[in-house]
Ligand binder design. Structure first.
Ligand code: MGD
Ligand code: MGD
Ligand code: MO
Length: 678
């Protein structure tokens, strides 16, 4: 059995026990050969030449008929920097398509958008994790690190012992429980109202004069507008919306302020997780969290800060190097003429030949197979039929494609929808780099040979490029790909130009920006100013709207979704590890005993969940660790009980983030349905 404490989660980063368990690499159905769809709906094994010829022919046919955007690409935040870079370049240069995006859109996009807008830069955490240990207060907003990043918890020991840990979560999560042993605070909001909590915290800071006035005057702009926008969010009014007592809101604001260096405190951090970010108001919510941190003088000061807690092993590097619809390597904007000129020169192409920005992941998936939309899709590193919102509709879109090609290590649920499955190598089988949540570039090393005929994406992309015209821009040596990536990033926001595999091997990890071979890297950003035109951070006023799909008579409960310690993401990998599957064999719906009583449901009894997007069944798990007006489902499972059959695919207008964390749902005992006449 897996020991909870030893189950690491950030595969690219902090803790490797368990996740590097050989069982993930040696799944009994690990893909060893390319697979082609047969007329009877099954698959047959094929050689690489046959499979790649078929893919290249499909791409050519689609593009000759409908133009470059007939082919789309969907990447993943688990790919190394080198693979992500090559996939972005392949899409823009070989396919000439604007349609690329990745599962990181579901993950960090709201925090990235807000950080760029308010601070001029998104580097995940702008400071080393180890800095957290010294703080007097840490406010964790919708993050369950005790389950999703166990090694992180050690950095909270100091603040816990000083009674300064505060957690905002509608569940009494493993992380919320960490507040119980000291004087910490667990705030349990009505799902979808986090922004109201933050607006009220800002209101209290301003109303009680708790702000760091010198810092705000010297380092920010926008205070008058923020004051106006939050004037009406006094704590009693917020309480009526978010359900958190007005006095607890005041207490939270005061504790943060006391911890601020301007009041002689040791420092404070405000950290966001997916619980507050995966919302149609995700960018606004993170913006308010940054506003609060700026008012208290916490950003760009050693010992304090704001940051989102990163998800996938290389979610950070994926967006820095070109998997995002609107970005070129080096965190450059694809719509910026200077950025296009620079990257085109590294790629040896005419800047005008590069496509413009594509569309975010949810919109991309929705376009598939529709008139005017792409008819061919390449997926590398995502299992969208389990992990995307409104997944039933996604499955239909995939089925409507002329050609679906999935690159994976195992026959994931998405791979099983494909026409062609290409087997790839993964972490312990390849060389490369990942960028962790602190912007730290880390070497990944090959420890095992590739199984069967599995190949790296670098090789697959070169072979496809050769069949589609010219393979010269696609080296397969990861160190060479990194060197090109470094040149492409030079002068960009995420400047890696001083980093190389050789240097990482000699010196260990390096935090970007690192603009030259002598440059030591940058552990802490913003110390000397913000990379905005005036060098100041922006206080930005934001407004609360309700979630897109709010509770109503026919759907009176809040459905929230999230993670379990023992399963990872869509479960494609961890459901194949017997010990992990045994620990968490299937989906369930967590509900409070009061709600279970009202519904007449017993522990373990199967219930039907119904939303505007779909319905599914799962056993009830009765627990006092959740609000009585809310139910929780993990999203790691496919088929019956799959949470994303229920979730809403409405997105945040600024970031494209879907609303995974709040769907209005009706819950019915299946027994009662079976009794009622048909
Ligand atoms: N074991 C494990 N570890 C993982 C992963 C995994 O799948 N399994 N995935 C990795 C990845 S890619 C990511 S992105 C991170 C995610 O890490 P987290 O952000 O910690 O993960 P989640 O469980 O999605 O959400 C965190 C918390 O948000 C709460 N929440 C739900 N709705 C709301 C709401 O409306 N408001 C507030 N305030 N909270 C809400 C949930 O109850 C949950 O406890 O984890 C990484 N680590
Ligand atoms: N309801 C709900 N849905 C969510 C979330 C939520 O909180 N609630 N969270 C969202 C978040 S934050 C995330 S990050 C997504 C993640 O969701 P997914 O995109 O489904 O993530 P994984 O399950 O990690 O899928 C990665 C796939 O890539 C394969 N793979 C592994 N290594 C490699 C490689 O090197 N190359 C290739 N080509 N394939 C590889 C794996 O076998 C797996 O099939 O889910 C999102 N969906
Ligand atoms: Mo994520």
């Amino acid at each position: 059995m897996v020991e909870g404490r030893d189950f690491p989660t950030n595969r690219g980063g902090l803790c490797r026990k368990g996740w590097t368990s050989a069982e993930v690499l040696t799944a009994p159905d690990r893909l060893l050969m390319p697979q082609l769809r047969t007329p009877d709906g099954g698959f047959r094994e094929a050689g690489w030449d046959e499979a790649l010829d078929l893919v290249a022919a499909g791409i050519r046919t689609a593009q000759q008929r409908d133009g470059a955007d007939a082919v789309a690409v969907f990447g993943g935040g688990g790919l190394t920097n080198e693979k992500a870079y090559a996939l972005g370049k392949f899409t823009r240069v070989v396919l000439g398509s604007r349609l690329i995006d990745y599962n990181g859109r579901f993950c960090m996009s709201a925090a990235a958008t807000a950080s760029n807008r308010s601070l001029g830069l998104d580097r995940g955490l702008g400071f080393p994790l180890a800095d957290l240990g010294g703080a007097d207060a840490v406010l964790l907003l919708g993050s369950n690190v005790a389950a999703t990043m166990p090694p992180f918890v050690q950095h909270l020991e100091g603040v816990r012992s000083r009674g300064g840990l505060m957690v905002l979560d509608p569940r009494d999560s493993a992380t919320a429980k960490l507040t119980a042993d000291g004087a910490g605070l667990h705030l349990s909001p009505v799902p979808g109202t986090d922004l109201v909590v933050l607006l009220a915290l800002i209101h209290v800071v301003l109303a009680e004069g708790l702000l760091d006035a010198d810092y705000v005057a010297e380092r920010t702009t926008g205070l008058p507008e923020l004051r106006t926008a939050t004037a009406a969010w006094w704590p009693e009014r917020a309480e009526a919306v978010c359900g958190i007592g007005a006095e607890r809101i005041r207490e939270t604001a005061r504790r943060l302020a006391q911890a601020s260096p301007s009041r002689g405190g040791r420092g404070a951090y405000i950290l966001t997780g997916r619980g507050v970010e995966q919302s149609t108001q995700g960018t606004a919510t993170v913006t308010a969290a940054i506003d609060l941190a700026l008012l208290l003088g916490l950003i760009g000061r050693e010992g304090s800060g704001y940051g989102p807690i990163t998800g996938q092993g290389n979610g950070q590097g994926g967006r820095e190097h070109g998997l995002k619809a609107d970005q070129l390597p080096g965190y450059r904007l694809i719509s910026d003429p200077a950025a296009r000129a620079h990257v085109a020169s590294v790629w040896g192409v005419d800047p005008d030949s590069l496509p413009g920005p594509g569309v975010p992941a949810v919109q991309l998936l929705d376009m598939l197979g529709r008139p005017g939309g792409p008819s061919t899709l390449l997926v590398a590193g995502a299992n969208v039929v389990v992990s995307a919102p409104n997944a039933g509709a996604v499955r239909e879109r995939l089925a409507s494609l002329d050609l679906l090609v999935v690159l994976d290590t195992v026959p994931s649920e998405t791979a099983l929808c494909a026409d062609v499955i290409l087997p790839v190598v993964q972490w312990a089988e390849e060389e490369g780099t990942m960028t962790n949540l602190e912007g730290r570039v880390i070497r990944r090393r090959q420890a095992r040979p590739a199984p069967g005929q599995a190949r790296s994406e670098l090789w697959i992309l070169r072979e496809l490029a050769a069949r589609l015209g010219d393979a010269s821009g696609f080296p397969t040596d990861p160190a060479a790909v990194f060197d090109e990536l470094a040149r492409a990033s030079a002068g960009g926001r995420a400047d890696y130009s001083g980093i190389s595999h050789a240097r990482l091997d000699a010196e260990g990890s390096i935090q970007w920006p690192c603009p030259g071979p002598e440059h030591p890297g940058t552990p802490r950003v913003f110390l000397d100013g913000f990379p905005t035109p005036d060098g100041r951070a922006r206080l930005i006023p934001v407004e609360h709207r309700a979630p897109d799909d709010d509770v109503r008579e026919q759907a009176p409960l809040h459905l929230i979704t999230g993670r379990l310690l023992e399963q990872y993401q869509s479960g494609a990998q961890t459901r194949r590890v017997p010990s992990l599957l045994a620990a968490r064999p299937g989906s369930f719906v967590e509900m409070h005993p009061l709600l279970a009583d009202r519904l007449g449901v017993e522990d373990g009894e199967v219930v039907l969940l119904r939303t505007r997007r779909g319905e599914t069944r799962a056993p009830a798990r009765i627990s006092e660790d959740i609000r009585p007006d809310t139910v929780f489902m993990p999203f790691h499972y496919a088929g019956e009980g799959s949470a994303n059959l229920l979730t809403n695919d409405a997105t945040d207008p600024l970031s494209g983030m879907p609303e995974f964390k709040m769907t209005a749902v009706e819950v019915l005992p299946v027994r009662s349905l079976e009794r009622s006449p048909a």
